[in-house]
Design a protein around this ligand. Structure first.
Ligand code: MN
Length: 479
């Protein structure tokens, strides 16, 4: 193990490449369905995806539109001129013998991703982002002497987003990955399902004791934020251990074993010249007009940082703000409440989203409550018609099934009793049954009043308004 002192003597430098599957109906160069999630193997293929001789790729304009949106999401503008190149390598799941990608002139050449980590604002520059076609999938059945190839994924449009080496800790790597996920989801660029591999991260790590960068390794195909963090952590420690022993770090591609939480050597790292990049003669350059860029810019939705700023005035816990922003629909809901009905309702509803939905019921996918009914529920709490516990109960039902809060409260018998006469009767009874506590309160021991209020709540089966109960106790004791 590396001691904290040794670890502190080194600076870690991390850069992340992220492959994002674009949310298009069809593939990047063929008119074949792009949703391979549940499709039987080798059913979403055409002569183009199979690399048949003479088959010519035709660029899918929707992929270009999404790349332009991604540029805005990354805080920049797209390149008006970009083009495709061939990257050569030989593998059974790549029928052409080359991948169509953008090497010399990518569609995005800069940008940045900003996020907050432990209260501190971080900014990671984007080096470039390029369009490319995905390869197929190979599987190697255990104990068999053959491999299987599924080309459904071949030709799926990808945007590969390459960060500058601006990341310096595993926690920053994880926060960057999550922010990128939010950006592409909010912008509608990708479904970004980590489960289906819509986003895959390659993490480049090096360590050094000087200002000169050390030799880096690339750990490929990480599919969760947690594995990005763990792989970076593992590589930093492994490299420091090697250097401390007087050994060298080898530049290589590594894999990630999630079960063992370890990286492992896969192959020596290729240099760019190994791929024999050359312009693709089958595809004309992508030329985007100012009008097209402006039209797409107008369709850009509200992005996460705008919500963060908007919610600043609510006094929410930063963790709650992030949990809310995790689901863009919920963030938009709370912002509408805030803009139209004010901070009190917005804060209460935000906390319901965060604590009730994510805490108690992960399975809830889409909120079913309307803004009006949510505000009505919040108003009932404000008017002391409901306890906060009862309100959470009602919210759980409203957000999963919809419905009117007043009706649900009546059906569940949750409305607080604010009828003075009724509560006064209960108070009278409670005071008679608890003479010691009553005397204590009378003698100024205000701790005992909590006990009495508790007894009133119990006697009313939780429906008495506690503030009113307390006032009535004081009144009846003449204090
Ligand atoms: Mn790539």
């Amino acid at each position: 193990m590396v001691s904290p002192e040794t670890r502190n003597a080194y600076t870690a430098t991390i850069g992340i490449e992220c492959h994002v599957q674009l949310k298009t109906k069809t593939k990047l160069f063929s008119a074949v369905g792009n949703d391979a999630r549940e499709a039987p193997v080798n059913t979403l293929i055409s002569h183009i995806d199979l690399g048949m001789p003479g088959a010519l790729p035709v660029l899918n304009e929707a992929a270009v539109t999404l790349a332009i949106k991604a540029a805005f999401a990354l805080g920049t503008r797209p390149q008006k001129f970009s083009k495709f190149d061939r990257k050569h390598y030989f593998y059974p799941d790549l029928p052409n013998g080359y991948q169509i990608t953008q090497f010399y002139d990518p569609i995005i050449k800069d940008g940045q991703v900003a996020f907050v980590l432990d209260g501190e604002e971080k900014r990671v520059r984007i080096h470039e982002a390029h369009l490319e076609a995905d390869a197929g999938k190979s599987t190697h059945p255990a104990g068999r002497d053959y491999s299987l190839v599924d080309l459904n994924r071949a030709g799926t449009p990808l945007l590969e987003i390459v960060s500058a080496p601006d990341i310096h800790s595993p926690a920053e790597a994880k926060a960057y990955a999550r922010e990128l996920y939010l950006l592409v989801r909010y912008a509608g660029v990708s479904d970004a399902s980590l489960y289906y591999g819509n986003m895959r991260f390659d993490v480049n790590v090096s360590v050094s004791k000087t200002t000169e960068l050390g030799t880096r390794t690339e750990t490929k195909n990480l599919n969760s934020f947690r594995s990005v963090e763990k792989a970076a952590e593992y590589e930093i420690n492994r490299q420091i251990e090697l250097l401390e022993k007087g050994e060298r770090v080898i530049q290589e591609t590594r894999g990630w074993d999630d079960a063992r939480a370890e990286t492992f050597s896969q192959r020596g790292k290729e240099e760019a010249h190994d791929y024999r990049y050359m312009p693709d003669p089958d595809l004309p350059p992508i030329e985007i007009t100012d009008e097209m860029i402006a039209a797409i810019e107008r369709t850009m939705p509200t992005m996460p940082h705008t919500y963060r700023e908007a919610f600043r005035g609510l006094g929410l816990d930063p963790t709650a703000v992030e949990a809310l922003i995790d689901v863009s629909e919920n963030a938009a809901f709370v912002k509408t409440v805030y803009d139209t009905f004010g901070a009190e309702h917005a804060k209460r509803i935000a906390n319901w989203f965060v604590n009730v939905l994510t805490g108690e019921n992960d399975a809830v996918a889409e909120n079913q409550a309307s803004v009006e009914s949510a505000v009505k529920l919040s108003q009932m709490v404000g008017d002391k018609k409901l306890s906060s516990t009862a309100a959470k109960d009602i919210w759980l039902e409203m957000s999963t099934k919809g419905g009117d809060p007043e009706k649900i409260a009546t059906d569940k018998n949750l409305l607080q009793v604010s009828d003075e006469g009724e509560i006064a009767e209960i108070v009278k009874k409670v005071l008679a049954e608890n003479p010691q506590a009553a005397t204590d309160v009378k003698n100024g021991e205000m701790k005992a009043i909590g006990f009495l209020v508790g007894q009133v709540m119990k006697a009313s089966k939780g429906k008495a308004n506690p503030t009113l109960a307390q006032d009535l106790i004081k009144a009846q004791l003449g204090i």
